[in-house]
Structures are given as C-alpha cells and as structure tokens.
Design a protein around this ligand. Structure first.
Ligand SMILES: Cc1cc2nc3c(=O)[nH]c(=O)nc-3n(C[C@H](O)[C@H](O)[C@H](O)COP(=O)(O)O)c2cc1C
Length: 253
C-alpha cells in the first residue's frame, strides 16, 4: 500500500493512469481513512449527513435491489440509552459466557460457552469476544460517544447476498464522510441492542428488515488510532494459458 502522505496538488488526476503515478483523490481517501473512536460533541451539519446518506443510497447492489433503509439517530438522550443498554447486554453476555473468571465456571460451564460459540460463531469470534469483555469491564465504549449514528437496516429479501450490498453501501458512506473531513466508525456491536425488543419497537424494525450494522459519524477529536496493518496477500495470477501453472505474487505487506 502506498504510504507517503500527500498534499492535494500532488495528486494524480482522476480517470488517468500511468505506472508509478501518485494516488488520485479516490485512492487518497481510501488509504487515509481510519476508524475514528473519539468524537467532538458537536454533530455534523444535517446537510453533510444527507450527503453521506446520498452516497450510500447511490451504492450498487445485486439486481439494483437496494435492500436497505437508513435510520439517523442524533438525539443525545436516545444515544445515551443505546450506549447504556449495549453495555448492559455486553455484561450479561460476559456473565454467562466468560468462563475464564473462575476455576469452577471453567470446569462446569465451559460446555455452555462452547455451545454458544457454535451457535453464534461470528458474534463470539475471539475478536468481538475480547471487545465485549473490555466493554463489560468498562474499558471500552460501544458507540464511541458519536453524536450521530446511522443504522443500516437490511431487507432480508434482497437477491443474491444482501449483507454484501449493505457493506458496499456503508463503505460508500464511510469514504464520503472521510472525504469531507468527518470521522466514522463501523459498529457491528449495534447488534447487542436488538436482543432487547424495546429497540426494535422504537426503531420500528420488523420483518423483512434487520439491523446488523451501524456507522458512527462526527467530527474526529484528538489523535486517532494509527494505521492498522493489513496482511500481505498471496495472489494467484492465471496468465499463461490452460496448461501453464499459475504464478503466485505477493501483494502488499
Ligand atoms: C463490518 C464492520 C464492523 C465493525 N464493528 C466495529 C465495532 O463494533 N466497534 C469498533 O470499534 N470497530 C468496529 N469496526 C472497525 C474495525 O475494527 C476496523 O475497520 C479495523 O480494525 C481496521 O481499522 P481501520 O478502519 O482504522 O482501517 C468494524 C468494521 C467493520 C468493517
């Protein structure tokens, strides 16, 4: 991945390619975006939020089905209650699932933890599991104090793979936010809230919709996390015809 930070005047023009050229503005936005986990209290202007939503609305989707709906939450009282309830749920989950807290629990309840991990393999993957633990211990926040949350509702009837459409749609918003100087963070842990029927009721989330992701938006505060390393990828190139072995090339790293 190119690393050098550049000024706008260094950028290559869009729609042109020359080997070794500097980033163009789209690449600059992609490479310089970071997840922001600390926000100023003051929200983004509504006009800016609308522009970010518009980039999501314009995202491609399988069969142009646009299997999404967006909810914008910027009321401090609702945001505070969302944070509290998400923390409450993280604590509950840790109470039942974290068997590392005592030898007794480890001995007699590890079967239960294993069963739950089998049932919710993505939610209880070690990465979100350790974040849940930090949240339950009061060492991390769920929504990072963002003054605005955009909840992404997915229409389960979308063709092909609606979660993929949702990812593309949300990433349009995230990149647009960064291009305008705003900070954003995907919050998959928003799912914690929907174990409480009250939130589905408040946001009127009914079949065929469900909410699996949200995007925190606001003005970044302070220094944000440095670059998060990406793995080097071994990419297989099939370029020599049907009888030639493919060539493996290192990408990035
Ligand atoms: C679908 C998705 C869900 C995520 N959920 C969370 C989350 O709940 N909380 C959080 O702090 N970060 C969340 N993240 C942010 C990732 O941790 C982050 O994108 C990753 O560590 C790479 O860092 P970067 O975005 O700064 O490049 C999520 C990212 C994605 C794409």
């Amino acid at each position: 991945m190119p690393r050098r930070k550049m000024e706008m005047e260094d950028l290559s023009p869009l729609g042109k390619y020359k080997e070794g050229m500097e980033w163009n503005p789209v690449e600059k936005v992609i490479y310089e975006r970071r997840s922001i986990r600390s926000f100023k209290k003051e929200p983004l202007p509504d006009s800016m939020i609308r522009r970010i939503l518009e980039a999501g609305r314009f995202a491609p989707s399988a069969g142009n089905q646009q299997p999404w709906k967006f909810l914008v939450v910027n009321n401090p009282e609702i945001l505070a209650e969302m944070e509290q309830d998400a923390i409450r749920m993280a604590k509950k989950m840790m109470f039942f699932l974290d068997n590392s807290r005592s030898g007794f629990r480890k001995k007699y309840f590890s079967w239960y933890t294993k069963l739950m991990i089998r049932m919710l393999p993505n939610e209880l993957h070690p990465v979100p599991f350790s974040l849940l633990k930090l949240i339950a211990e009061g060492k991390a926040r769920v929504f990072h104090g963002a003054p605005t949350l955009v909840l992404l509702l997915q229409d389960k009837r979308g063709v092909s793979c609606p979660p993929l459409d949702m990812g593309i749609c949300g990433q349009h918003m995230v990149l647009t936010a960064h291009s305008m100087g705003a900070g954003s963070c995907w919050i998959g842990l928003v799912k914690l809230l929907f174990y409480y029927p009250k939130w589905k009721k408040l946001f009127d989330i009914k079949w065929p919709y469900e909410c699996n992701e949200c995007i925190a938006l606001g003005w970044p505060k302070g220094d944000f996390d440095g670059e998060v390393k990406r793995e080097m990828q071994l990419v297989t190139w099939y370029e020599g015809g049907m009888d030639s072995p493919p060539r493996i090339e290192r990408q990035g790293g």
